[in-house]
Design a protein around this ligand. Structure first.
Ligand SMILES: NC(=O)c1ccc[n+]([C@@H]2O[C@H](COP(=O)([O-])OP(=O)(O)OC[C@H]3O[C@@H](n4cnc5c(N)ncnc54)[C@H](OP(=O)(O)O)[C@@H]3O)[C@@H](O)[C@H]2O)c1
Length: 267
């Protein structure tokens, strides 16, 4: 045994399992065969890319968002491993129905990815209304709470589960995304870390992903159009989907509390 080996509790053959040249580390990491995922926000942008990526990696995926037609079209394209379930995450009952339908069709919930989020053109504090504040909180934060609460009993029963929350790089670097957006994106961090502290003994892990500017329809909601030369340097939805895949494919012993993913050219 080498000095390096002596530092580890696991024997070399166990540590290296699945990491041999022949099998390929990436191929093994990306294998979600046998896993069931719920992707909330699957009708557009990063959520759609994540759903596609999870199905390609072998998972069965429930596609959730409000847009029933888009979800149905995506489910048809992805085939029998995808199920459309129109859901308004702001509605606690709808979130419970989403998990119930997932259980009825696929029988478990290994991964919940909350990739839902929105922003408003009138985002400055001086023009923000109580209605828009409530809508922002409901969509970006309370929806994540509802989905978390709905999925947790199943994950506890399984003694396993991963919840991924897509927050925003505005948490690390405050920007002009507006107080309601930033408040919700900070709130997701508390939801994620608090959930892990309470549920880790039940095998539940959480991860917050903080993407920087990403070329999705959400960017069109900015009050001032983003210059094309800036958008050209943004992340692609697939980059965030790959981060969601990386976290989901790690074994249950691995905990990634936070993952910051920024466009290199804009950082
Ligand atoms: N794009 C960026 O530059 C950027 C940067 C950092 C973080 N983010 C975050 O990344 C996440 C994904 O955003 P994106 O850029 O991919 O935006 P997007 O393309 O606009 O997708 C947003 C998704 O959220 C869904 N959604 C909105 N309201 C919902 C509700 N009440 N219930 C269920 N689903 C709802 C939308 O579907 P329906 O409309 O059909 O419901 C859609 O599928 C968001 O949390 C966003 O804040 C984005």
């Amino acid at each position: 045994m080498s000095l390096g080996d002596a530092l580890y509790l696991h024997p070399p053959e166990a540590r290296n399992a699945g990491q041999t040249q022949e099998k390929g580390l990436i191929k093994d990491m990306a294998d979600l065969t046998g896993k069931v995922a719920i992707v909330v926000g699957a009708s557009s942008g990063m959520g759609e890319a994540t759903a596609r990526t999870y199905v390609a990696a072998g998972a069965k995926v429930v596609l959730a968002a409000r847009g029933a037609d888009k979800l149905a079209a995506l489910a048809e394209e992805l085939g029998e491993n995808a199920l459309a379930c129109a859901t308004d995450a702001r509605d606690a009952e709808a979130a419970r129905a989403l998990v119930e339908q997932t259980m009825a069709v696929f029988g478990r919930v290994d991964i919940l990815a909350y990739v839902t989020g929105t922003n408003i053109p009138d985002r400055a504090l001086r023009v923000l209304t109580e209605e828009t504040w409530e809508m922002m909180l409901g969509t970006n934060l309370t929806g994540a709470f509802h989905c978390t609460k709905a999925a947790l009993p199943v994950m506890r029963e399984q003694s396993a589960g991963l919840i991924i929350y897509v927050s925003s790089g505005c948490v690390q670097k405050p920007d002009a995304s507006g107080v309601s957006y930033q408040a919700t994106k900070h709130g997701m961090v508390g939801l994620a870390h608090g959930t892990f502290q309470e549920e880790k003994e039940n095998g539940v892990r959480t991860c917050v992903i903080f993407p920087g500017l990403t070329d999705t329809p959400l960017v069109l909601k900015r009050p001032v159009p983003t210059p094309p030369e800036v958008v050209a340097q943004a992340l692609m939805p697939q980059d965030v989907a790959d981060a969601c895949l990386f976290v989901a494919a790690l074994p249950a012993r691995a905990y990634v509390p936070e993952l910051v993913l920024l466009p290199a050219g804009l950082s």
